[in-house]
Design a protein around this ligand. Structure first.
Ligand SMILES: Cc1ncc(COP(=O)(O)O)c(C=O)c1O
Length: 379
């Protein structure tokens, strides 16, 4: 008899046609210009190696003394980060995780029974499908629509709420659209959540990357009329995804009860390692250096898109851009024929075949060549 596996892991593990085409192109020795690279540690930014690595040999880390919510000093540093954003966050309302993704997993377990539903924006980044599958949660998309900027379609959102809906996920600013939630949208979202008894889960990993000069307001700033969880972490804030540090901060009604349950979830796994928690305060403090470089790169690359006459949809923040190609019949697959790799919009749930997504943190020279090729190919 062969082994039976869970149906939740019954994914189609085959290679997509697009991934296969990229692999074949590389195997043929073609040099591809990759406009999808979004791992900051391979994009040529300068990191203060000594300062970053020093805490990893902190002798205090030789003692194992776990706190399920995470080390107090580390949680205080997270509260300090939010104080810089004008928010008062109680370190006791912070739960450290090894990533934002793990934070989502904890929250889905906290809020949902098997088969319960969570609303997520469409377009948004594709990891949600797997995170939801693993917790037996169903995702229901609510549309963002584009009309000289991105907007939440509240009428559609309300239609997607059913008796099993437990939470709304908001990525603020959104990846890949760069949609930053406006104050009026926040008010309406909270009103919808309150009326239907839903929690609000806000992913702010790109909060510190506004592209138009203005700052984005964090949902950690009160008042909080509904149970709200804000997720973030060092992957984007400090450009350090390899350190595996993220967190959940809780606010609003029933937050204490929620945190007590989250503590048990965290205590069950105790995933945080001691050196990373000793490192967190310094890594957060040193974030300005890498953030400045990333912002300069992203802003410079958006200017290059405009200079080449390529149309970029309006974005307010983040590391990616949605490009609208001017002709029907040209999309990510055709660009691969020109040795340029960009994500098809469908990867993020966009229906328009002429929309593609590029990373804005690709090194300048590579980005220039790629965008000029796109401009030429789409004429
Ligand atoms: C919106 C968003 N949230 C979370 C993550 C993952 O962050 P982490 O490394 O903390 O899991 C990503 C990764 O790109 C992301 O785009």
């Amino acid at each position: 008899m062969s082994q039976r596996f869970s149906s939740r892991t019954g994914w189609d593990l085959g290679e997509s046609r697009f991934a296969e085409a990229i692999r074949r192109a590389r195997a043929e020795g073609r040099r591809l210009i990759d406009l999808t690279v979004s791992n900051p540690t391979v994009c040529g930014f300068h990191y203060d190696a000594e300062a970053i690595l020093a805490p990893l040999s902190d002798p205090r880390a030789l003692v194992y003394d776990p706190d399920p919510r995470g080390m107090w000093s580390a949680r205080e540093a997270v509260a300090g980060y939010y104080a810089d954003h004008g928010a008062e966050v109680d370190p006791d309302a912070v739960i450290l995780t090894t990533s934002t993704s793990e934070g989502y997993g904890y929250l889905f377990r906290l809020l949902c029974d098997a088969g319960d539903e969570v609303l997520v924006a469409q377009p948004s980044y594709p990891l949600f499908d797997f995170l939801a599958d693993l917790e037996d949660v169903r995702l229901r998309p609510y549309p963002l629509f584009y009309d000289y900027g991105w907007w939440i379609d509240f009428a559609e959102m309300e239609k997607r709420i059913g008796p099993r809906t437990r939470a709304v996920v908001l990525v603020h600013p959104n990846n890949p659209t760069g949609h930053g939630t406006r104050a009026e949208e926040r008010r309406r979202l909270e009103e919808v959540c309150a009326r239907h008894g839903l929690a609000l889960i806000v992913d702010e990993v790109f909060l510190d990357y506004p592209l138009n000069g203005g700052a984005l307001e964090s949902f950690t700033r009160g008042p909080h009329g509904v149970l709200t969880f804000v997720l973030s972490g060092l992957s984007k804030i400090a450009g350090l995804p390899q350190m595996k540090v993220g967190w959940i901060a809780g606010f609003g009604p029933e937050c204490r009860a929620a945190l007590a349950r989250l503590e048990v979830i965290a205590d069950t796994f105790l995933t945080m390692n001691a050196p990373a928690q000793y490192g967190l305060p310094g890594w957060l403090e040193g974030r300005a250096g890498v953030q400045k470089q990333i912002l300069e790169r992203a802003s410079g690359n958006t200017r290059k898109i405009a200079d080449c006459g390529v149309e970029m949809l309006r974005t307010e923040a983040g590391w990616s851009a949605v490009i609208r190609l001017p002709r029907v019949g040209i999309g990510a697959e055709e660009l691969l024929g020109e040795n340029v790799v960009a994500h098809p919009g469908s990867f993020y749930g966009m229906a328009e075949p002429e929309w593609i997504v590029v990373s804005l943190i690709v090194p300048e020279a590579e980005f220039s060549t790629g965008i000029s090729t796109i401009a030429r190919a789409s004429r």
